[in-house]
Design a binder for this molecule. Structure first.
Ligand code: PMM
Length: 297
């Protein structure tokens, strides 16, 4: 991390309001209230919705769900075709594209802002051709994917992770998780710039639950003001995640709404720019109040 970025992170509390995320067509406002990104996982093995949006070959089910999230106030829909939950099996690019492209196409035709949740250049390329304006990369910025983003003029979410869904549970050794994740994101922004991606098109994400223990996820959520020091919108994806169970006597996925909303309120107060969630209507209302209570914008 450069001295300049370290200094900026240290004074994140005092920074100007979060900038918007530049898109190929327009921009995504990330302040004064964070943009809510609704999740449409069209996978058979998603942890949060049990694959309900994946009746194979029927994209209209995922599409209808996503349209419902837009009606609830989502500013963007994140379409994913490969589960990233710990232990999930990998999916071939062709199959992943087959899952996401029809849903992206339908939403883009409606005029919605669509993000594709993928780590694969081929899938990103197909989704962009279908109208996606954001590539949400939980892989942390492999060169091939950055190239596709640079060429296309898409926006990009740079997320911290380690390993793969199969291995990440064993990769939680950090000396100082906040410092190491902040440094990774700062270096990732440098890699984006080197790849030719205008940083006005990049959001950063500490990767809640990705190669993190529950305590590490909490530490990163408490670090949102500092992460804003990187100068880019901070995306937080904490919705229904398992660290909430550790705070709520082992609550199953279906009982994590209040925990997810508590995170949304505090993240909004701390100036997060984008909240990636399953429960859109409740999060939109929570974020509005959280942002109004925030001392840091
Ligand atoms: N979490 C999941 C999937 N994609 N993308 C970003 N940018 N940030 C996240 O925290 C994130 C993500 C896993 O959650 P899901 O299975 O509910 O989609």
């Amino acid at each position: 991390m450069s001295d300049e970025v370290a200094r900026a992170a240290a004074v994140g509390h005092a920074l100007a309001p979060t900038p918007p995320l530049r898109l190929p067509r327009g921009e995504l406002a990330c302040a004064p209230v964070p943009a809510v990104m609704g999740i449409a996982n069209v996978t058979p093995d998603s942890f949060a919705d049990g694959g309900a949006l994946y009746p194979d070959g029927h994209p209209e089910v995922g599409l209808a769900h996503a349209r419902g999230l837009l009606a609830e106030g989502a500013a963007v829909i994140d379409v994913g075709g490969e589960s990233t939950r710990p232990g999930a099996a990998p999916v071939a690019a062709e199959e992943e594209a087959r899952r996401v492209v029809p849903v992206v196409e339908g939403l883009a035709a409606d005029g919605a802002v669509v993000s594709v949740d993928t780590t694969k250049p081929e899938v990103a390329r197909a989704a962009i051709a279908a109208g996606a304006q954001i590539v949400n990369d939980v892989g942390g910025g492999e060169p091939g994917l950055l190239e596709v983003v640079a060429e296309s003029g898409c926006a990009y979410v740079l997320m911290h992770s380690r390993g793969t869904p199969a291995t990440m549970r064993d990769l939680t050794g950090y000396d100082d998780v906040v410092a190491e994740v902040t440094a990774f994101l700062a270096e990732g922004l440098d890699r984006c710039a080197t790849a030719g991606i205008d940083l006005e098109r990049v959001a950063v994400d500490p990767g809640i639950g990705f190669a993190k223990t529950a305590a590490q996820s909490v530490a990163l959520l408490r670090a949102v003001p500092g992460l804003r020091g990187l100068g880019r919108p901070v995306l937080i994806g904490a919705s229904r995640k398992s660290f909430l169970a550790s705070l709520l006597d082992g609550a199953p996925v279906a009982d994590r709404l209040e925990g997810s909303l508590a995170v949304a309120a505090v993240a909004a107060a701390d100036g997060a720019g984008i909240l990636r969630v399953h429960d859109v209507a409740a999060t939109v209302r929570t974020a509005r109040v959280g942002a109004a209570l925030g001392p840091r914008r």
